[in-house]
Design a protein around this ligand. Sequence first.
Ligand SMILES: [Zn+2]
Length: 255
Amino acid sequence: MGRQPGHDILGRVNGPEIHVEFAPGLLLFVPRARPTGALRTTTDGVSTLGHVVESLGVPLTEVGTLLVDGREVPAGHVPAAGESVTVRPYAHPQRVPGAPLRFLLDVHLGTLARRLRLLGVDTAYESTDIGDPALAARSAAERRVMLSRDRGLLRRRELWAGAFVYSTQPEEQLRYVLERFDPELRPWTRCTACNGLLREAVKEEVADQLRSGTHRTYDVFAQCSDCGRAYWKGAHHEQLVAIVERAVASRSERD
Ligand SMILES: [Zn+2]
């Protein structure tokens, strides 16, 4: 190894040149590496490998393992000339240490938020755009995994943890989040509107929210202990049951 730093056309010293290879799943973040899966880049000799990889376009929330010449290194490793770096995604399921698994979703992921809540996964969601700093601060304060399609947001240092949501389709988004994090599922226990916990309710308690047809037809109700919203097996129920059954089935396949 021991390649010396080169000089650019103005005689300035360049930092060490390294070779960086990306796992196929990460290439969407690094268009210029797509043809071969790898690129050469010159670093400044002081930046960490984590910073270098992020500068190349990959949010660190997506980087599971960094290898240098086949040996695992921390993101704080400072690359030296001639090193060959391999960037790998997280193995699934990804374990998030230190807190019960819970999520925070940005303003664009409302459908995904409601589906995660339907499955009983603790999911905070901002239905208005409160801005990246506020989202990142909430992720840190409540120890929630930030889910977003916004790479800038996922680069924020304050995040407790984060993950890029690759698809724009709620169905695929849900499948991906369940596969990547494997959260415990407790269907029909959370309010899809506010994430509050549901409790059983008798008809009289929720009567003011029911149209007369509903009042006559249904006897089993639940009510959100936070916002008071009433739930019953109404018009969309079969569709919701299908979502729950698919999620539960795919989880038992993984076990
Ligand atoms: Zn609620």
